[in-house]
Design a protein around this ligand. Structure first.
Ligand code: HEM
Ligand code: HEM
Length: 220
């Protein structure tokens, strides 16, 4: 019985991992303020919750700007150019082939989803800052549009719709990480914590094509 060995390679730099943590936490806390707001009647509690939502929103805006900048000037696997795989997306749509070729960095199909998520987050930031100005007379857009209350619906509808889309993304994202770990028998979720991506050394898969796991460090 042969044993399997893993090769590991550093792919995600510390700044990218920190930004992922920052934005992930900001989004989860933003969602928590929404879930909690259902429990509060209109009043002091609700006002405080919206204030908290706006401050968390500012934290997310900072995180989004940091990620956009890092996507342009950061190392290879943080760059948006490394996430741009139109041929793989087209193949997935045309042939309904969801199996992307293994590569270092983000999975080619997942990166398409991540880029879409960043686009949605930019819209969330703009509509959120718009709502902060129009509904709460606060934030950087307040001097320009604070008195244009008729803009409320224009901001509120996409903001709410994308909220549902993002909840769906978070569930699918975590489910996909678990599913890939199970299917590929390689640690994946930890990649955004340690920065290391693992691959199975082909020679270590036994003749029946089965994988038997061992533990270890650099050549795991
Ligand atoms: C248990 C929590 C989470 C874990 C373990 C986790 C782990 C990961 C991993 C391993 C990747 C890289 C996957 C790949 O290469 O395809 C990734 C990417 C990503 N995750 Fe998460 N994630 C978590 C929560 C979240 C949450 C709450 C969000 C919020 C929407 C999120 C948004 C993203 C985005 C946008 C990327 C692309 C990263 C980039 O900027 O390059 N993740 N995550
Ligand atoms: C992923 C991030 C975000 C999520 C999931 C989210 C979610 C939501 C939801 C569901 C609502 C209620 C919409 C409705 O009334 O129908 C809301 C309202 C609001 N959001 Fe966000 N939001 C996010 C980001 C932001 C950002 C970046 C800001 C700006 C700083 C912001 C500021 C606001 C404001 C001011 C309101 C209106 C509060 C009120 O009705 O009094 N949000 N948000």
């Amino acid at each position: 019985m042969e044993t399997i060995t893993y090769r590991r390679t550093k792919v995600y730099d510390p700044a990218l991992r920190l930004i992922h943590l920052w934005n992930g936490l900001a989004i989860i806390f933003l969602m928590i303020t929404i879930w909690l707001s259902d429990l509060f009647d209109k009043g002091v509690g609700e006002d405080m919750l919206w204030q908290l939502h706006i401050y968390l929103g500012y934290a997310l805006v900072v995180g989004i700007i940091a990620r956009l900048a890092w996507g342009l000037v950061g190392p290879q696997h943080a760059r948006f150019s490394d996430m741009w795989h139109p041929a793989a997306w087209w193949n997935a749509v045309r042939n309904f082939n969801l199996k992307a070729k293994p590569r270092f960095g983000h999975n080619a199909l997942a990166s398409g989803v991540y880029l879409l998520v960043y686009l949605l987050l930019i819209i969330m930031a703009l509509t959120g800052l718009g709502l902060a100005a129009v509904e709460h007379s606060t934030g950087p857009l307040n001097p320009w549009i604070g008195d244009k209350t008729w803009l409320k619906d224009l901001f509120e509808e996409p903001h709410e719709l994308i909220y549902y889309g993002l909840m769906g993304f978070v569930i699918v994202h975590i489910a996909a990480l678990i599913w890939h770990e199970h299917k590929d028998k390689t640690p994946l979720a930890q990649t955004m914590v340690t920065g290391y991506q693992y691959e199975v050394e082909p020679a270590s898969v036994n003749q029946a094509g089965n994988i038997e796991q061992t533990q270890g460090d650099d050549h795991v």
